[in-house]
Design a protein around this ligand. Structure first.
Ligand code: SF4
Length: 373
């Protein structure tokens, strides 16, 4: 967003791009405004912006010069709430999808997921669409429209907090997009969400989920956060099968992904979450179980999350029967792997894993190459 700034005494109008506060950490903001009129209130204004969605230099008691200086450089841009979809739950703790609109008119989705008594996880989007094209995923069918910047990622948290009164204790990057295909913005958003003067979310309250973006893993690793959670969408542990499900595997085969994860492991005690979407008749055989075990063992500590497939607009197959899910989990456990079944939440409102996306967005896809590792 551009703003006109009249420079005192010069009679000239300059055009300057205003920055949104939501993409900065408090220390970055304080450093930028140091020595400027009203710069001493940076931390107060930052806290109000993040926690209350309010940017109000006038209300902070600053004089006109300082107020103008703040407004000429910064603004606070929330997203528009287009609609929400609730999935009713017997205990009243509903999974809710929010469709939010960016300043240039694109819709992104985030999902609030109940995690137990008075605890909620917010699943964020990192891109409009996604270029990785996993065949079971609605977002992948859109293609990549554009990346979200750090401020737009953080704005999902502030917008849902301020406009929808959604509290949040955990954040997962599992919404629209491959977070590590937009690693710079995601890393900056993580730093902002972790800032003690803003949301003050601990590393362990933040999770990044990747389909296996090796360059992005290196960037994430450079943060040096040993307690940040990482989950990997595996979905098949044999290259021939994974190639069919996740085109990224043709560029980064399983052995390469496994090596990148081993390099990433920040401590001996670190636990990788390995997500496995169970597609009956495709990746639920005895050889698949053995392949998952072979992939996981060298990683150190892992937890395999088995997620029953959610049929989307063009189903690949049917939803697995309960007995099939239980049998697959039992076989993985017999291989010595810790396993949990991820309860599918939000499938009734297309808010479950692989279901986020908006068919209209497909018209906006860019002709960008598929991910090149
Ligand atoms: Fe992209 Fe994730 Fe969907 Fe794959 S599953 S297409 S990485 S959003």
């Amino acid at each position: 967003m551009m703003t006109k700034v009249r420079l005192a005494g010069l009679g000239r109008i300059w055009f300057q791009r205003r920055m949104t506060l939501l993409g900065l950490t408090s220390d970055e903001l304080a450093a930028e405004v140091k020595g400027q009129p009203g710069g001493g209130l940076a931390h107060k204004l930052y806290r109000e912006a993040m926690r209350e969605g309010r940017f109000d230099p006038e209300g902070a008691g600053l004089g006109p010069r300082a107020v103008e200086a703040w407004h000429s450089r910064y603004h606070l841009e929330l997203l528009e709430v287009v609609r929400t979809h609730d999935e009713p739950a017997p205990d009243g703790r509903r999974t809710t999808k929010a469709v939010l609109r960016t300043h240039d008119g694109f819709e992104v989705e985030c999902v609030r997921i109940p995690m137990g008594r008075d605890r909620w996880t917010l699943c964020l989007s990192s891109q409009v669409g996604c270029r990785l094209g996993c065949v079971f995923c609605e977002t992948g069918k859109i293609g990549l429209v554009r990346h979200l910047d750090a401020a737009e990622i953080v704005a999902q948290v502030v917008t849902t907090r301020v406009k929808l009164a959604w509290p949040v204790q955990k954040i997962v990057f599992m919404g629209m997009g491959e977070p590590l295909d937009n690693a710079e913005a995601v890393v900056q958003a993580l730093r902002v969400l972790h800032d003690p003067r803003g949301f003050a979310l601990g590393q362990a309250q933040l999770t990044v989920c990747t389909a296996g973006h090796v360059e992005g893993l290196r960037r994430l690793s450079s943060l040096g956060w040993p307690r940040l959670n990482l989950s990997v969408s595996l979905n098949a542990a044999q290259d021939a099968k994974r190639d069919k499900l996740m085109p990224i595997n043709r560029r980064v085969p399983l052995a390469e992904l496994q090596a990148a994860l081993i390099r990433f492991r920040p401590t001996e005690r670190f636990i990788f979450a390995v997500n496995y979407c169970l597609l009956p008749g495709f990746n639920d055989g005895a050889e698949d179980v053995r392949a998952v075990a072979d992939f996981c063992r060298p990683l150190g500590r892992c937890l395999v999350n088995v997620i029953p497939y959610n049929p989307g607009s063009r189903p690949l197959t049917r939803r697995p029967e309960e007995a099939e899910v239980e049998a697959f989990i039992a076989d993985l456990k017999a291989e010595g792997l810790p396993v949990q079944r991820r309860r599918t939440k939000g499938q009734g409102v297309m808010a479950a894993c692989g279901q986020l996306g908006n068919v209209r967005l497909r018209a906006h896809r860019q002709r960008l190459p598929v991910y090149d590792a």
